[in-house]
Ligand binder design. Structure first.
Ligand SMILES: Cc1ncc(COP(=O)(O)O)c(C=O)c1O
Length: 382
């Protein structure tokens, strides 16, 4: 059997929406993008939702809104995708890496508080694998130190924290619709915020800083004339991407339930094996199950994580690692970060592997993954 790590769930509904966009002849940002923003905002319960072409762009624009500048510092977890920290660098500001908790891989509050300085301007919590970070505590710390909270919700659709949807809590929240995410538009992103002024600023900045509704200038409602209000970016979503998003949004709850079923199947078997460490979900939150991270109890196994991945690969099972901690990369080493300062992140990195979890995977395929994980464990017990 060959089981990929991920496969997007695309069918006739997406095809129909995209073809509709093509037939109408409006390919770039237009009515479908506006409709997608409206539907997405309604689904999340967010006051404003603005579509862009990636989560990286969303994070960048969010940091523009809070006025990040050269010399500032932003706290980000060390276990994340590089985009979370890279956007801080766009401003000449410093990403300050914070260790994460061993059982949840979420930003560690004690380390976070230790790393606040007079230059700290914001915190970017990452809702790792879809599990919301400790938002109440993070917001309280932010309030006490006058910091902004920009959430990296690339994994967190749909996720909830103490009864509140992710996308309605922090100052600004950035979502990703990248090909492997829980809702995909190929490439894409969305920013949600309660702040109307920021939402308006993002609408302007995402399209070269030109005045509102500039995309209408090729329609009957529009005009050729426009003004440039700020130095902006080319970050707009296109209607073809939004068409995919509209179709995906209709089944976002169903896709989530499917991932949850797969996670339950994995958990149900793996919980009985001392060689495996289940990923912990805190009781007051709902995860999107974007990822299924499993950790190896290396103390009771004869193989390491890399050998485990190789063995699964040999048996046709695709996996991934989320994430290589940022301080392990050459660029972050140059910024002065060292592995010794992030003991939990290192501990996780040596042990973690992400198993396939996506709607459309067959029950037999999940069973095949389970059987093989268990077989590898049994053959490699210490
Ligand atoms: C935690 C996290 N943040 C940000 C991103 C960037 O998302 P995008 O590819 O939409 O820019 C990703 C993408 O993998 C991610 O995993």
């Amino acid at each position: 059997m060959e089981i990929p790590f991920h496969k997007p769930y695309i069918n006739g509904e997406e095809e129909k929406e995209v073809i509709d966009s093509l037939r109408k002849g409006w390919l770039t940002m237009g009515k479908k993008t506006v409709e997608f923003e409206k539907e997405f905002g309604n689904y999340i319960g967010a006051k404003n939702a603005v579509a862009v072409n990636s989560c990286t762009a969303a994070l960048h624009l969010a940091l523009r809104c809070i006025g990040l500048k050269e010399g500032d510092e932003v706290l980000v977890p060390s276990v994340t995708f590089v985009a979370t920290a890279e956007v801080v660098g766009y401003f000449g500001a410093r990403p300050v890496l914070v260790d994460v908790e061993r059982d949840t891989h979420l930003i560690d509050l004690r380390d976070l508080e230790k790393k606040i300085t007079e230059r700290t301007k914001a915190i970017i919590p990452v809702h790792y694998s879809g599990q919301p970070a400790d938002m109440d505590e993070i917001i309280e710390i932010a309030r006490n130190h006058n910091l902004y909270v920009v959430e990296d919700a690339a994994h967190a659709l749909p996720s909830s924290y103490r009864g509140r949807r992710i996308g309605t809590i922090g100052d600004l929240t950035a979502f990703s619709f990248y090909a492997t995410k829980t809702l995909t538009t190929g490439e894409g992103g969305m920013i949600t915020t309660d702040n109307d002024k920021w939402a308006e600023k993002i609408r302007v900045l995402r399209l070269h800083g030109i005045s509102k509704d500039a995309w209408k200038r090729y329609t009957k409602e529009g005009s050729w004339e426009y003004d440039v209000l700020e130095n902006g970016y080319k970050y707009n979503m296109t209607d073809i991407n939004a068409a995919l998003g509209l179709a995906q949004l209709k089944k976002v709850e169903w896709m989530w339930r499917e991932r949850e079923k797969i996670a339950n199947m994995y958990n149900e078997t793996f919980k009985d094996y001392d060689e495996l460490i289940l990923y912990k979900i805190k009781p007051d939150r709902i995860t999107s199950w974007h990822l299924y991270p499993l950790k190896l109890n290396l103390e009771s196994l004869k193989i390491n994580r890399n050998q485990f991945i190789e063995e699964l690969k040999r048996r046709g099972i695709g996996t991934s690692v989320h994430f290589i901690p940022l301080y392990r990369f050459s660029y972050y080493k140059k910024l002065g970060y060292r592995a010794e300062d992030f003991p939990n992140s290192e501990w996780i990195f040596e042990r973690v592997v992400s198993l396939p979890i996506f709607p459309g995977i067959k029950k037999e395929e999940v069973e095949y993954v389970i059987e093989n994980v268990i077989d590898i464990v049994k053959k490699n017990r210490r």
